[in-house]
Ligand binder design. Structure first.
Ligand code: PLP
Length: 397
C-alpha cells in the first residue's frame, strides 16, 4: 500500500482515465472505466498480434495449431495471473467475454429434466434471469424465484430463506455475490454452505466482485463462479472469466463450440473461434496496476466513500439505511425523496435529466414503487461528486 497515493485518491485520479472532462461518472458498476495504462498495454498487445497474426493467434495464444517458442501459452499465463488474484489455480479458470457468457456456459451444460428446478433470487440481474428461464423452459424444467427483501436486507434472513427454498427437484442455485440494482454483498459462503448441505450445486454470479471486494473463490464453497474483470478490476471491455471446481469441469462447454470439443475444460474454452484476445491478455496489467496503487487501499477508499454517501444522504433526505454495513461494498443503492417520482418512466426521465442537464452519469432505478439511485464509488470519485448528485436531484423535487 502506498499511503501517498491513497491520500491522492479522489478527483486527481481522473488523470489516469480517459473519462470525458466535466462528466461526473458515478456508474463504474454498470460500465467500468479502463485506465489509460491498461488501454496502452492492450494496444501494445494488439500491435504485437498484427505483426504476425497467425503466430500470435494460432500458436502462441493457446497452441491451437501446434506449439510455439513460448513455455506457456499466452492465455494460460494470463489465466494463472487472474486466478492467483482470486486465490485460485490457473487450470480451474477460463476466460469468457463477460459474466453473461459464463452464466450461459454453465446453464447450457447443465443436465436438466422435465420437472427439475433452477432456483434464482428476485435480486438477480435481468439478463441472467432470462438465460436461466430460457434454459429451464426449453427442457421442461422450472425457474423458481426466491424472494429476498430489499430494503431490510439481513444476512441471517437471506440464509434462512434460501435453506427453506431448496427442494429435492432443485438442480442449480444461482446466487449473486454482489447484487446489481440493489448493490448488496450477499453472504455467499454461508448461502453456498446451505446448498452444499442439500447436495445442490451453486453458480455464483460475481459480475461486480473482482476488484471491488476481497475475493478468494475456492474458499466460497461454490461449484461455478463467473465474474467480470472489466468492471472493478479495471480490465478492458470483454474480459470475463469462469472458475469451475475441479469435480465439475467435465462436461462443461462454452456457449460457442469450436475445435476444443471433447479435449477438456481448458481446451474447449481457450479457443472459441477467431476473436481479439487482448482484453484477456491485458487483464494482468490491470491487476498489476491495482497492486501498484494498493488494492486494499483502493477498496478501503471506495467502501468508505460508499458509506459516506449513505450517511450523508440519509441524513439529508431522511431515510433508514436499506442494508446493514456488512452487506455494502463499493456501491450503494439509496431511496430518493418521494417528490421525485415513483414510476419507471419518471426514473428514466430523471436519469436522462441528470445526464444531459448536469452531466452526471448514475442509474436511477424504480424498485417497489419507489425511485432509487445507485452510487458507484471508484478511486476517481469523491464526496463532492455525491454532493453534486444530491443538488442536481433536488432541483427536480
Ligand atoms: C449481477 C450481474 N450479473 C451479470 C451482469 C452482466 O455482465 P456483462 O454484461 O458484463 O455480461 C451484470 C452487469 O452489470 C450484473 O450486474
Amino acid at each position: 500500500m502506498n499511503p501517498a497515493l491513497q491520500a491522492g485518491f479522489g478527483r486527481e485520479m481522473l488523470a489516469h482515465w480517459p473519462l470525458e472532462t466535466g462528466v461526473i461518472y458515478l456508474n463504474h458498476g454498470t460500465v467500468g472505466a479502463t485506465p489509460r495504462r491498461v488501454l496502452a498495454a492492450q494496444q501494445a498487445l494488439r500491435e504485437e498480434m498484427e505483426q504476425q497474426p497467425a503466430r500470435f493467434l494460432l500458436r502462441e495464444l493457446c497452441g491451437l495449431s501446434g506449439p510455439s517458442d513460448r513455455a506457456v501459452p499466452r492465455l494460460r499465463e494470463a489465466a494463472s495471473a487472474v486466478a492467483r488474484f482470486m486465490g485460485a489455480q490457473g487450470p480451474d479458470l477460463v476466460f469468457v467475454d463477460n459474466a453473461t457468457a459464463g452464466v450461459n456456459a454453465v446453464l447450457g451444460s447443465l443436465e436438466l429434466n422435465p420437472g427439475d428446478q433452477i432456483l434464482i433470487t428476485n435480486l438477480a440481474y435481468g439478463a441472467v434471469r432470462n438465460a436461466a428461464a430460457f434454459s429451464a423452459e426449453r427442457r421442461g424444467a422450472r425457474l423458481v424465484t426466491l424472494e429476498l427483501p430489499f430494503p431490510g436486507a439481513e444476512p441471517a434472513l437471506y440464509i434462512n430463506r434460501l435453506s427453506q427454498a431448496l427442494t429435492p427437484r432443485t438442480r442449480l442455485v444461482i446466487l449473486d455475490h454482489i447484487t446489481s440494482e440493489t448493490a448488496l454483498v450477499l453472504p455467499l459462503a454461508e448461502m453456498a454452505a446451505c446448498c452444499r448441505a442439500a447436495g445442490v450445486p451453486v453458480l455464483a454470479d460475481g459480475a461486480h466482485a473482482p476488484g471491488a471486494i476481497p475475493l478468494d473463490i475456492p474458499r466460497l464453497g461454490v461449484d461455478y463462479y463467473t465474474g467480470n474483470l472489466h468492471k472493478w478490476a479495471l480490465a478492458p471491455k470483454g474480459c470475463g472469466f469462469l472458475w469451475v471446481a475441479p469435480e465439475r469441469q467435465q462436461g462443461l462447454h462454452p456457449p460457442v463450440i469450436s475445435w476444443g470439443l471433447g479435449q477438456g475444460f481448458v481446451q474447449e474454452f481457450d479457443w472459441v473461434g477467431t476473436k481479439d484476445p487482448t482484453p484477456f491478455l491485458a487483464a494482468p496489467a490491470a491487476l498489476a496496476l491495482m497492486q501498484e496503487w494498493g488494492l486494499e487501499a483502493m477498496q478501503a477508499y471506495n467502501h468508505h466513500l460508499a458509506r459516506q454517501a449513505l450517511a450523508w444522504l440519509s441524513a439529508r433526505w431522511g431515510f433508514e439505511p436499506p442494508a446493514p454495513e456488512a452487506m455494502l461494498g463499493s456501491m450503494v443503492t439509496l431511496p430518493l425523496p418521494a417528490a421525485l417520482g415513483s414510476t419507471r418512466q419518471e426514473a428514466l426521465r430523471l436519469q436522462y435529466a441528470l445526464l444531459y442537464e448536469h452531466r452526471i452519469e448514475a442509474p436511477i432505478l424504480c424498485l417497489g414503487g419507489r425511485l432509487w439511485v445507485r452510487i458507484s464509488a471508484q478511486v476517481y470519485n469523491s464526496l463532492e461528486d455525491v454532493e453534486a448528485l444530491a443538488l442536481a436531484l433536488e432541483a427536480y423535487k
